[in-house]
Design a protein around this ligand. Structure first.
Ligand SMILES: [Zn+2]
Length: 93
């Protein structure tokens, strides 16, 4: 571990069993606190990072979506092919 460039004071701990939402690697996600006191999850494999605030927003959106989806005869009307597009990082023009 020698890639701590400017924040060597931040202890990072791996989250056992956590899967990166971006690259799907397991056990590559570390958690640490940033200057705002937020917990940040960062993937050491692809560089993906997300603060607890962003995570909470996404969780809330996901819950809202889930509650709108009504299971039909035991089959959830919501599978990989039907997820709504999530647009992140819109170009700022
Ligand atoms: Zn990743």
């Amino acid at each position: 571990m020698s890639d701590n460039q400017n924040k060597p004071q931040r202890p990072r701990r791996f989250i056992a069993g956590a899967v990166c939402p971006k690259c799907s690697e397991m056990d590559k996600v570390v958690m640490f606190s940033n200057d705002d006191g937020e917990e940040v999850r960062e993937c050491v494999a692809c560089g993906y990072s997300q603060t607890s605030t962003e995570q909470a927003v996404e969780d809330q959106q996901a819950q809202e979506l889930a509650t709108r989806v009504t299971p039909v005869d035991g089959r959830f009307g919501y599978d990989e092919g039907e997820q709504p597009l999530k647009i992140l990082g819109l170009p700022d023009k």
